[in-house]
Write a protein that binds this ligand. Sequence first.
Ligand code: AHR
Length: 326
Amino acid sequence: MKKFLVLLTALVMVLGLCSFASAEDVITIGFAQVGHESDWRAANTNDYQSTFVAENGFELLFVDADNDHAAQLDAVRSFIEQDVAYIVICPVQEAGWETVLGEANDAGIPVIIADRGVSADPALYTAQVCTNMVLEGETAGNWLAEYLDGADANILVIEGSVGASATLGRTEGFNNIAATHDNWKILDSQSGNFDQAGGQEVMESFIKTYPGQYNVVVCQNDNEAYGAMDAMDAAGVTYGVDGDVTLISYDATNAGLTYTLEGKITCNVECNPMQATTVKELIAKLEAGEAYDAMTIVPDSGFCAPGITSEYAVTITEEIITSRPF
Ligand code: AHR
């Protein structure tokens, strides 16, 4: 009996140590998300929330900043106070990060900038995982040049949220290509906040201001494109492969690509939201003290409507849409 009790006590101690060890092993991540402005963002949030789970050894502290830079700074400061192991930031805006990144640095907490970029000195953060927004803009511009084959372009742009690197990069990339075409004119370029209501509102105002004067509308994400389509439908403006207006979008979510398959969005440039696994692999390297890439670019493709062949975009099919996770 005494032997049995000794064995039992030893077993309880081992089990206790095991559970203590596993609690210690949990890696807490503070995740400062932009908001919930788009279907892309929902897919990105879902990717993080299903990757950084307890089964994988993580606790994810999630804050939705509702597209508010100040709220996002507060979220990062609260993560610093809670002494999380890592902070991941998808920045609402590119500028204004120096002070809080310095605070995280002082606290010894590694910061990973994800999805979008910041203008701060890269020495203030550990690594970045993002898509190449300038290249996305250039892909849209190159595709348009190829599609128009020398015809004039009178272009309206519905930009994303003001100051976001996604907006700045796509605008810069598209303008780089536009600048090489004398017969392209950007009539107007206004923010639609990366959401459907914003896209609709800006398009309604463009329709009033530039009646019959434009043949290209560029929306900097799919949700804005849905709003712009609603506005054009209501005003009797035709768009897509059979319409008067060539409609370009970004994101290439499955809903956006379904409109591309239907020929309504003529070209849709991908921005890949599935970035959490790359961030998880980066954290595994940091944990192991292994070498890591300070900058990882998540690759994107362009997609165009059926019947169009392009050097810059893949012709969309039903199979492509069903094979994609977002
Ligand atoms: O930063 C990625 C962009 O932000 C996506 O294009 C857009 O849908 C999102 O809101």
